[in-house]
Design a binder for this molecule. Sequence first.
Ligand SMILES: Nc1ncnc2c1ncn2[C@@H]1O[C@H](COP(=O)(O)OP(=O)(O)O)[C@@H](O)[C@H]1O
Ligand SMILES: [Mg+2]
Length: 303
Amino acid sequence: MAFQNAIGTTVQGGSFYDVGGHQFNIGPVIQVSNPDGVLIPKRAPLMKSCPSPTNLFTGRNDILLQLHQCFTPSPTSVESAEQRRFVLYGLGGGGKTQIALKFVKECQTETQPRRFSDVFFIDSSTAQTIDADLKSIARGKEIGETANDALIWLAGKRDDWLLLFDNADDISLNLSQFFPSCSHGNILITSRNYETLLHAPAFNCNIASLTPEDATNLLLGIVKQVTTDESRVLAECIVKELGHLALAVVQAGAYILMSGNLGGYLDIYKKRRTKLLQEYRRQRADNYKMDRIYNLADQLREA
Ligand SMILES: Nc1ncnc2c1ncn2[C@@H]1O[C@H](COP(=O)(O)OP(=O)(O)O)[C@@H](O)[C@H]1O
Ligand SMILES: [Mg+2]
């Protein structure tokens, strides 16, 4: 059925396999033309796109400014003499990934022209995930199949690309083996591992708590209650107890949103603190999912 309209279509390139008298192409296609010889634009394989930051993104203006300063080419230099690199490091759940995603959004969609020619998001949890994401660049750009093909292409392409190595937390991982060997391009790393600072000794930032004001605004933004003086004071006390840690504030917010109990949260939190902290440590893995928040909220409700 799917090939009914393809009669007379010519495909060049790729690897053809004969199955029951029908030819199937499973390799990269160079060119496709219809029966009249008109070239049909070929759809490139899907490449992983950079995720968007949370809609609740709050604060961090000072750190975003540092990132913009690091990655903005100086108007006087025609070309940067070396690769620009920045490391966001610190505690899990502190908000490193979110800052990186917000920075990319500001550069690529909120300003014109786009700051980077391409942004490539690399899940850097393990050498395997990095390899897989580099391979996806090679295939997406149709310049090869392997991670090394992607690195060679990036090194040769004198564009102003950004590689975002996210969650490079594994201390046994030698991240620099995945940097394109060239003096151009931009690299942003997020990591819990302090040793990654070595990749950018002059351009890095320890991501810790939100400011008390941003943490309070984040909590109030999640719970969606009409903000009164009283609710603000309650929210300030709650986020202080949580050390103004972004992930903990979001967790608390999700619970309060469902229970509607802003006033009672601190009592419940203190009663269940040990269990909550254990749960928090378990959950601070990245790619944090809302269903986990709901699980946590259920547990609290049973308390
Ligand atoms: N600036 C922020 N504004 C709103 N929510 C945030 C912010 N930073 C982090 N969060 C929340 O905290 C969670 C954990 O943040 P994340 O960036 O993944 O931490 P890290 O990368 O440091 O482990 C996010 O999924 C998001 O819900
Ligand atoms: Mg992260």
